[in-house]
Design a protein around this ligand. Structure first.
Ligand code: UT7
Length: 328
């Protein structure tokens, strides 16, 4: 079943504190030159000790609500894509609901790592198909740096914290979400893991060192190949299913993990660099927050214009990957 849903408002938030490549040079054996040429990243934002994922999420949510001219009270559902919730229980969505001062809504988290926002967006479409009057808040929010080993140079230079949010309804004015495609391959999950805290990894006792599996561990080079291949595949699928071709794409917003990945996806579709949005230089890889952070920014700075067909695509741990087609 295909329905058009309306993107009523977008919002985003990144913590104030930043971590530059120069600062990382003092922590691990790396260089600004290596990080920038291999990833395109210059700086990333880091949550303060007082900030949890829900705090970032709530800031983005308030902005999305303001842009939608709506009050939190009007929301019926909250779906949060995250792999770094404040706690295993309660869900990040429950904490966000409480911080927005509402209760009694249907709220839950979605675990799809970097694809969390697009998975949550598809969930919003399903909710709105069942409940046409619903007002759904979809959030991608992460404090990835809490799960980063700052002694591991192969991961610690890549990630940052942030949040992005969208309010979706069936009625009202705004860009339309034309379609969303989701996919996955669990057999490749071992290539990107955070096992610590899960049932496969027993807890540490007080005084024991934190084990490495508490942090993000990944096979970067393998992931790179799969990311380009999978995002290209799922973009082709959504274009074909919607009777569009690569020539119809006005703006492409791939997951912001690495400029070389973003560029490679753009090249596969012959989308010129000036039509491919990237902010990876300023935020690094913010996982589930990456797509809504980029989309919200691209709209605010007029990179996306009225009438544009916008193609979003993400790839993350699981593996999971996804695409979405938006008509502005
Ligand atoms: O959101 C989904 C999650 N993850 C991703 O999307 C990540 C996808 N992968 C990537 O972005 C890239 O594979 C990386 C940026 C992680 C790595 O780039 P690469 O060009 O694939 O480098 P590499 O892993 O092949 O490493 C090349 C060299 C190695 O040294 P040797 O073995 O050739 O001597 C690494 O040890 O670079 C070394 N290296 C570093 N050197 C300086 C790895 N990390 C660093 C570093 N600084 N931070």
């Amino acid at each position: 079943m295909s329905i058009d849903i309306v993107l009523r408002g977008l919002g985003r938030y990144v913590p104030e504190k930043t971590l530059t490549n120069a600062a990382l040079e003092k922590i691990v054996d790396t260089s600004d030159e290596w990080i920038f040429t291999r990833t395109g990243i210059r700086v990333r934002h880091i949550a303060s000790e007082e900030q949890n994922t829900s705090d970032l999420a709530v800031e983005a949510a308030r902005q999305a609500l303001a842009n939608a001219n709506m009050e939190a009270e009007e929301l019926t559902h909250i779906v949060v894509g995250t792999f770094t919730p404040d706690a295993m229980v309660p869900s990040c969505a429950c904490v966000v609901e409480e911080k927005l001062g509402i209760k009694g809504r249907a709220v839950y988290d979605i675990a799809a790592a970097c694809s969390g926002f697009l998975y949550a967006l598809e969930n919003a479409r399903a909710i709105l198909a069942l409940h046409p009057e619903a007002r759904v808040l979809v959030i991608g929010a992460e404090t990835v740096t809490r799960r980063i080993n700052f002694e591991d140079r192969t991961t610690c230079v890549l990630f940052g914290d942030g949040a992005g949010a969208a309010v979706l309804t069936r009625d009202g004015e705004g860009p339309k979400v034309l379609d969303v495609k989701l996919s996955s391959d669990g057999s490749l999950g071992r290539l990107l893991t955070v096992n610590g805290g899960g049932s496969c990894s027993s807890y540490s006792r007080p005084g024991e060192p934190i084990r490495e599996d508490y942090f993000v561990q990944m096979e970067g080079r393998e992931i790179f190949k799969h990311a380009v291949r999978s995002m290209t595949g799922v973009c082709n699928e959504i274009l074909e299913d919607n009777g569009r071709t690569r020539h119809d794409i006005d703006v492409l917003i791939p997951h912001q993990a690495n400029w070389r990945i973003i560029d490679a996806v753009g090249r596969k579709f012959d989308v010129p660099p000036e039509k491919v949005y990237s902010n990876v230089d300023r935020y690094g890889n913010t996982s589930a927050a990456s797509i809504p952070l980029a989309l919200s920014e691209a709209v605010d700075n007029d990179f996306v214009k009225d009438g544009d067909l916008v193609l979003l695509t993400s790839f993350g741990g699981g593996f999971t990957w996804a695409s979405a087609l938006l008509q502005f």
